[in-house]
Design a protein around this ligand. Sequence first.
Ligand SMILES: Nc1ncnc2c1ncn2[C@@H]1O[C@H](COP(=O)(O)OP(=O)(O)OP(=O)(O)O)[C@@H](O)[C@H]1O
Ligand SMILES: [Mg+2]
Length: 249
Amino acid sequence: MIRLRNLRVGFGARLVLDGVDLDIDDLVTTVILGRSGIGKSVLLKAILGLVTIQTGSIEIDGQDLAPLSPRKRADLRAKIGMLLQNGGLFDSMTVYENIAFPLRYHRLASGADLDRRVRDLAALVDMTEALDQEPSDLSGGMRRRAALARCLVQDPDYLFYDEPTTGLDPATSALVETLIHRVATERQLTSVVVTHDLDLVRYLGDRIALLDAGSIVACQNRTEALAPGSRIWETFITAREKIHSGQQI
Ligand SMILES: Nc1ncnc2c1ncn2[C@@H]1O[C@H](COP(=O)(O)OP(=O)(O)OP(=O)(O)O)[C@@H](O)[C@H]1O
Ligand SMILES: [Mg+2]
């Protein structure tokens, strides 16, 4: 479980996160919704230590990160994999080399063991046929699948997805959603998904959290969150209808 309390993150004078409280429960998928530029990616990066937090606490599996040594903090954060907004594959490497990279870099596996792990993961994400291709030869959906395999190779307990279906057509989005569900089940993962995609929310979201004006203003299970009249429904569905009809929100 990851527990955030009163998290504050700012850049210069601007506070982007201003007191975020959130519990990310084990083995469920938590979806984080919020307008563009509101701080969703910053929230994921803060948990991973990629941006500095000003105040507040981050607890991973019952351990508060603040008093730990940098080494212990890094070990806890290594339980988290993240699929970046653009996938983040290395363009000059084949899919095979991309998936193998973390194993080689951290010296976690070599030889036949490495080969087996890369091929198992490629099979899990249906990319066996594309192992020799480079990212420039792949479609958007294939790139995300390859990037997902690379995240999984270090066997994380948590997987963060930053807008995993943005820019994909509906059928490819559905494939990626199915895959996120499949890897979460097969690998016993706790997933956190940042998205604007309501179809994804309906399919994958167990808990739905809404980030607005620096804090989590609602966190509900799927049925509550998608019930007409809920804060999340009002923000994402009613607001859209109002804007289409020219009203102020
Ligand atoms: N490293 C940084 N330095 C300065 N400002 C930053 C940095 N990273 C993010 N920001 C600012 O923090 C705010 C939140 O950014 P963030 O990328 O988290 O938004 P988001 O909710 O993920 O948006 P989107 O849905 O468009 O991806 C933005 O105003 C952004 O400009
Ligand atoms: Mg973002």
